[in-house]
Design a protein around this ligand. Sequence first.
Ligand SMILES: [Zn+2]
Length: 428
Amino acid sequence: MGKKPDGAAEVGGARGTDRDAARRDGLSGRRGSRTLLRDLNMSLVIELVRQHGNISRADLARQSRLSPAAITAIVASLIEQGILSEVALAPSSGGRPPILLRLNPTAGFVVGIKLRDGGLTTVVCDLDARIVATDYIEERFVGAPAAAITAIEQATRRVLRKAGVVRSKVLGIGVGLSGVVDTRQGVCRFSHLLEWKDVELVEPLAKRLRLPVWVDNDVKTLAIAEKWSGDGIAAHNFLTLSVGRGVGLGIVIERALYRGTAGGAGELGHIVVDPEGPECGCGARGCLEAFVGEGAIRDRVGDRLGKAVSREDLLTLVEDSDLTALAVLTEAGRQLGTAVANVVTLLNPELLIICGEGTELGPSFLEPIAQAVHDLTFASLGHDVEVKVQQWGDESWAVGAATLVLRETFRIPEADEEGRAIWHRQEA
Ligand SMILES: [Zn+2]
């Protein structure tokens, strides 16, 4: 959970204050219960509209199990606040056009930030997670968390100006970074890439920007983004495999993101393949990443060609179908696919989504991953996991971070008989 400072804006500006007021009023008090219940019903209606894209009032009543009168009142209030709008569809048989409801995508905006060791990518997205404005800066944040916090503050202000979005319409800020993140406390416990330990992010950022802030591991934000609006939207059990400099897994089990005890689940890049193997960036020896991470792949191609190979060099070699580069990529893909196949055998997901900048290395890297998963998984389960490759862009990580805010904003709490909120385990 992120921390919401007083006066934090929510969709339409009213929902958050109502919910916060309900909490402050004491949830067991009668007045508080009624406020909370009304608020929960509004959240439910918004979430149903979001899930369906377009939905009629009658279907909303059916699916929410609220009375048609209650739906009419809630919808009227949400339309007045600019959160929902009506769409008239063309009538199918000459009758009256059916009126459907949809979420107004510009009712609110979110900021998403991917924090790298060498800079920030910042986006403003609407409620459909579509990018409205982008901002890039290059700055070194290794061992420099204070500089990173200042840079995030400035980038947020800059990108909102570029987008022409007023603060009152901003639902919050999501930050994704490489490392182990305590999402409840908003603290980066450890990042070997950034060389950070126990860095508080949410508290100082929320204070400076006076907006709600959420922070999470970057690989996990991609899994959350897939669940929110990507290929994972309908899946109960799926994995996101991010490939690039690092190798990570987002693990979604029964629609919930699996984090592990300290938030460290999914560090596939650091499973040990060979204890005598090459040194890994984490300090250990023989991690998977030391064999199949982009740095390792560049080193292997460089060794065979007898020269240093940069990322740009590697992409050019791939484009030119250089046989040495393609052979290394195929070997690395097979090796990575073998590890992923073992995870698939263990967890039996229905879907595997490959994402990350490493997808730019093309089919000679990606196809062996999918092939190994196909060849080496436990076939008698009678279900072949579907493998998809996510379309990748420079802003994808930042959009993933932005969906942290969307998820928190549209989370549906459930209430017990007395109107107390029962917060369910975190859905991805
Ligand atoms: Zn390692």
